[in-house]
Design a binder for this molecule. Structure first.
Ligand code: EPZ
Length: 422
């Protein structure tokens, strides 16, 4: 297992190129199960979650070849209908194969994902949605076992907006007979990107970004090539890195219009932020003002930036609050940030942050992807040395984080935990 060793205190200056979005590419890879033939995806981030999805679709019969940042998927037809526990447990997005398998082959056996580091994450909306489309769905021995004849269009009203359930229903309804209407659909850019991808394959989806999606089912789809949109959470994380270190960072090949809420909060917290069509520059004098942040669905402040924001607010001049309305228990990073000297108090889904003058390096442990990112941010500014263990969480969603941060002046390196006990 690897760890990251950071010596904090260096302002970050320079340019970072943002990679393709993890959460956009995963459902696009699942979409390749919907039509036989060859797909070419470009701007694909080299991440562990992408490799996990590749293994999953390969197990189902789609071959996947990585050529630099391109991913070639060849679908000769499905070999099996099963997504096994061993893969699904490592990545919840594995459930994206449920919709395509049902739509294309009329059956699916997909392991239930189980909980995650910060608590239970139900998949009831995915299951209820498939039932509305006419599938028979049962839970047997930890698996979702589903069968269907031809799926039929239906009206699906989500009582909660869910990115994953919206994607899964899209992946199924695109080949259903008749029209499906999803009310309270997720409006995240990754959902728009999936709709665009499916439409290019020959799907008929309207209403992107409105919360009301209308999907007119088609008889068949065709394979296509597509470029993956930039990762807005990687972007947000590096914007915070620029501010927290009192630096001057320009992020290239990104989409400022996907990061509006984070940019607004950065300005409110004292950073200067400029933007162009595909770049964002953050400049900071090191003065961090306290803010009140509530995570909500897009276009609001993302839950995937909550942990990183807590790291920033730990050094603000005053008291801040951060409320997570999407995942109420997503606070595993709090205890680790406290080890670095942050003054944080949790009351249900609200974290009250009393800003301190400085953080101090310590040994801390990654618990999940974004929690780990918050520890890296805190480590970049903490006095002395911070060791972050279990870096594999970061490798799920940040490509070469130590190289990108190192290239703009951070003192950060990856070490094997076995060879360098500390
Ligand atoms: C997606 O997860 C992202 N993952 C998450 O990113 C992100 O945190 C989350 O959306 C919210 O933005 C991917 O895109 C692969 P949801 P997802 O279904 O789809 C409740 C990261 O760090 N819900 O939108 O699983 C749920 O409990 C990851 O990159 C149900 O009640 O999230 C939550 O409160 C982590 N029943 C809310 O909906 C369901 O069946 C939104 O969750 C499904 C969800």
């Amino acid at each position: 297992m690897d760890k990251l060793v950071i010596h904090g205190g260096r302002p970050l200056r320079g340019e970072i190129v943002i990679g393709g979005s993890k959460n956009a590419v995963l459902p696009m890879m699942a979409a390749a199960m919907l039509a036989e033939g060859r797909y070419a995806l470009s701007n694909v981030p080299r991440l562990k979650d992408v490799r996990t999805m590749a293994r999953l679709v390969e197990g189902i019969g789609v071959s996947v070849t990585a050529e630099g940042r391109n991913l070639i998927l060849e679908n000769p037809g499905c070999r099996t209908w099963e997504a096994p526990y061993d893969l699904v447990k490592t990545m919840r997005a594995s459930i994206y194969v449920l919709g395509p398998l049902l739509a294309r082959y009329g059956r699916a056996k997909v392991s239930l994902p189980g909980g995650c580091a910060w608590g239970p994450r139900p998949v009831n909306l995915h299951i209820e949605g498939m039932r509305k489309l006419g599938a028979d769905v049962a839970i047997k021995e930890g698996y979702i076992v589903a069968t269907a004849g031809k799926l039929k269009g239906a009206r699906i009203l989500f009582d909660k907006s869910s990115v994953g359930a919206t994607a899964n229903i899209l992946l199924a309804a695109v080949l259903a007979r008749g029209t499906t209407r999803i009310e309270n659909a997720a409006r995240e850019p990754e959902i728009d990107a999936l709709c665009d991808f499916l439409n290019r394959m020959g799907g008929r989806i309207a209403g992107m970004g409105t919360g009301h999606l209308e999907i007119e089912g088609v008889d068949s789809l065709r394979p296509v090539s597509a470029e993956v949109i930039p990762d807005r959470i990687e972007t947000g994380t590096y914007l915070v890195a620029g501010h927290i270190t009192g630096g001057d960072l320009t992020l290239r090949r990104t989409r400022p219009d996907h990061c509006v809420a984070v940019i607004e909060k950065l300005r409110e917290s004292g950073a200067d932020v400029d933007e162009g069509p595909d770049w964002i520059r953050v400049r900071s004098g090191g003065q961090i003002r306290p803010t009140h942040v509530v995570t909500v669905e897009y276009p609001g402040f993302p839950t995937d930036m909550q942990a990183q924001w807590l790291a920033l607010m730990s050094l603000a001049a005053g008291t801040s609050t951060v409320t997570d309305t999407i995942f109420h228990d997503r606070f595993t990073h709090v205890a680790e940030l406290q080890r670095l000297g942050a003054d944080l108090t949790i009351d249900r889904n609200v974290c009250v942050v009393q800003g301190t003058d400085f953080l101090s390096g310590a040994r801390v442990m990654s618990t999940d992807l974004r929690a780990s990112a918050s520890l890296v941010l805190a480590g970049l500014v903490a006095r002395g040395r911070t060791d972050i263990s279990r870096v594999y969480h970061l490798d799920r969603g940040y490509e070469r984080i130590e190289e990108k941060l190192g290239s703009v002046g951070a003192d950060i390196r990856r070490e094997s935990e076995k060879t360098t006990p500390s």
